[in-house]
Design a protein around this ligand. Sequence first.
Ligand code: GTP
Ligand code: MG
Length: 476
Amino acid sequence: MHGALDDTICAIATPPGEGGIGVVRISGLRALDFASHVARLRSGKSLQDLRTHTMALADVCSQSMAPHGPLESESRTHSFIDEALVVVMRRPHSFTGEDVVEVQCHGGPVILDQLCRALMSAGARLAEPGEFTKRAFLNGRLDLAQAEAVLDTIRAKTARSLRIAQSQRRGELSHEVEGTRTALVVALAHIEAALDFAEEDIEFVRQDELMRVLDETAIRLRRMVQSGQEGRIWREGAAVAILGRPNVGKSSLMNALLRSDRAIVTPVPGTTRDMLEEVVSIEGIPVRLFDTAGIRATDDEVEAEGIRRSQLAWEEADLALILLDGSQPLSESDRVLLARQEASIALLVINKCDLPRRLTKEEIEAVCPVNAGVLDISAKMQIGLDHLRDAIRSRLTPSRLESQEGVLVTNLRHAAALERALQGVEQARHSVEAGRAGELVAMDLRIAADALGEITGAITTDEILERIFAEFCIGK
Ligand SMILES: Nc1nc2c(ncn2[C@@H]2O[C@H](COP(=O)(O)OP(=O)(O)OP(=O)(O)O)[C@@H](O)[C@H]2O)c(=O)[nH]1
Ligand SMILES: [Mg+2]
């Protein structure tokens, strides 16, 4: 069963492929026992006697062998896999909170595979995705939000994303969420006491005091909820689509922002037919940049499919860069695009500013009076790109300065739970204000407190755990 803690698990912990070293991780009650069947210390000592958090040189063999028995030279050549460094971390001072052994050998896929097989024939079980981190959670080493942050730190695409993930892994989000939950639980306890002793003339909860707590809690929750939109971008990356009619220089801009010759650039309109996606850091923001097929009326089936995908990319983008060619008057295709742009999610960019100007900003304004300003660039000559990066940054994270204080909510699951909590608290405030029965107030506060408990895992279900840890891969 997934999550059974009485068996011992093993998995390759380093990424697939070749590497200088590769690590196999073993965790569970019999980790040292199984490891000592496979790894024999050069010192002649038993692995079981190795001090915690120390490392030793060992021979790793595929054949199950008695931990102390003499190793025949013939069987040694037969079963020898590799030499390795073995590190022992005894419970509870390990990542999972269980006995852990990590075996570092040469990073070859066959070596690591044979090592895992040897451990499995000794009695270990291959770990399921995320099972090491899940055990860390079940053994109380991490709460759920911290466990999720382990994956975020590994996946972080920019330095700032990493800082945010590390702060969550250290427990800063959990601390804020738990603090808020405690305030609610205390208020709830008072209300429930008042309900239990309704006959007696003791005042368990003062109305104004309760309102103060609810107001404060609502402010804390609202701040976290509001940080969610921006937070998602730091964790998952923002989708930015470059759109425009053929030949305006979309692929040239893609390449300029990537600082590489990723996309094909030619003077032939209709060069890009398939959508290209690359991840790039723009002012520290992880951005998934899409180069799209130029949008125009066409009879070509392949091009039409490319254009259909461009439209989809536009709909799904966090930000669209609408590119125009400054050396040409506005065309019909440009007008169609401009008429569709929404000021909130688009930036208008005029390319080819190195060439004589044939397009005025007034012309653009005549088509779309509501826009957030127009930027001049030359993708080819690399002019104006810093301004463009800056504009992209401020469009994607308008509240960046504010949110640098306090925690940032980056995870959709957390954002949804926080929203439910906020709703519960607001509902409770209304009930108190309207002088409704204490039972109703208590019910809303319970909903809010439980929603917060789901974030840290104080309240959890198997279903939530399955969903979270399925995102991890084996070995984490
Ligand atoms: N002078 C000048 N030429 C540019 C600039 N940007 C792009 N070009 C040229 O414009 C032509 C088209 O550029 P692409 O980047 O392929 O344009 P595109 O929008 O991707 O075109 P499609 O893929 O066909 O939709 C090429 O000849 C580029 O060298 C620029 O800033 N200045
Ligand atoms: Mg192109």
